[in-house]
Design a protein around this ligand. Sequence first.
Ligand code: F6R
Length: 366
Amino acid sequence: ELGNYRHFMQKEIHEQPRAIADTLLAAVTTSSVSPGIFGPGAEDILRAVNGVRILACGTSYHAAKVAEYWMESLTGLPCRAEIASEYRYRDSVADPDTLIVTISQSGETRDTIDAMIQAKNLGHKYSLAICNVPESALVRTADLKFLTRAGPEIGVASTKAFTTQLVALFLLTLVLGRLRGKISDQQEKVWLEQLRELPGLVQQALALEPQIAAWAEHFADKHHALFLGRGVHYPIAMEGALKLKEISYIHAEAYPAGELKHGPLALVDKDMPVVAVAPNDILLEKLKSNLQEVRARGGELYVFADLDSHFTPQEGLHLLRLPTNAGPLSPIVHTVPLQILAYHAALCKGTDVDKPRNLAKSVTVE
Ligand code: F6R
């Protein structure tokens, strides 16, 4: 089943162009995305909602965090992402018309299922599950559903499930934005075109594997790493840090780069590699000055940029470029090199990549 791959994780990383294309194929046929992709009755429900609350765990929570940025900027709806195990036990203020979205690869994560039940008990009228497993408990509990088409994910570290969750969340953003008149026909067409190009862009990111593998050798003897991003790429930094820690056992933390000088800069020295997600967006110049602060303290920088941005070459700055800027879909493309980095760091360390110690693929107990 592994074919030419050494691990399921590597295979699943490389399956992402196909997984994304399949997820899109099931949902996007014409020049517009139908609300019906979220199930019968979805149009009326999605028209009625006045906000979105997304509940999930782990990697799926990071997808929720990306959606928080997309939703508020593109639909005007207030959106909040929250860790399911926190939400389920806290006294939250429920608004019946706020759509509850749960995200889960397995659909069997106890905390996520119970968070959705808790939301219903608190009076939330509408729920949507984004899930990779059709007959799972989560899917059965939700009113609306969207199935990602990643296919079975065997590696414990989630990869293709994450990027397809992001595709699903972008489709939800498109539909909500359209229903609320915040996204024009024209704009929707442009983004649908970009979605169709996404598998190709991910393929080009995968082609960076040899260079990223060479970088990974520098991580194998490190005890800590810092991941930086800004805006919608901050959750991608969080995901990169989670991947690295769970399969290579290197302690990694993610920070929004603007927070550096509020504390974590104290940690930076030559033994602390700093990975930066640095696409061409309005925050790039700000991010670059954050990175200079890292360099000034001797931190080695590993920067994932896009083509066409200017970085002055300097000692201690390692730079790789992704093929093009993917606009609002950029977080999806920028995820891929971080998965590859974690994978190769784990290879260097000789860990059990597909079954990292202490972890289970699906967390059905709390
Ligand atoms: C990380 C990872 C976990 C899961 C989390 C939620 O690589 O796999 O953090 O994302 O346990 O699992 P699901 O998505 O099945 O609810």
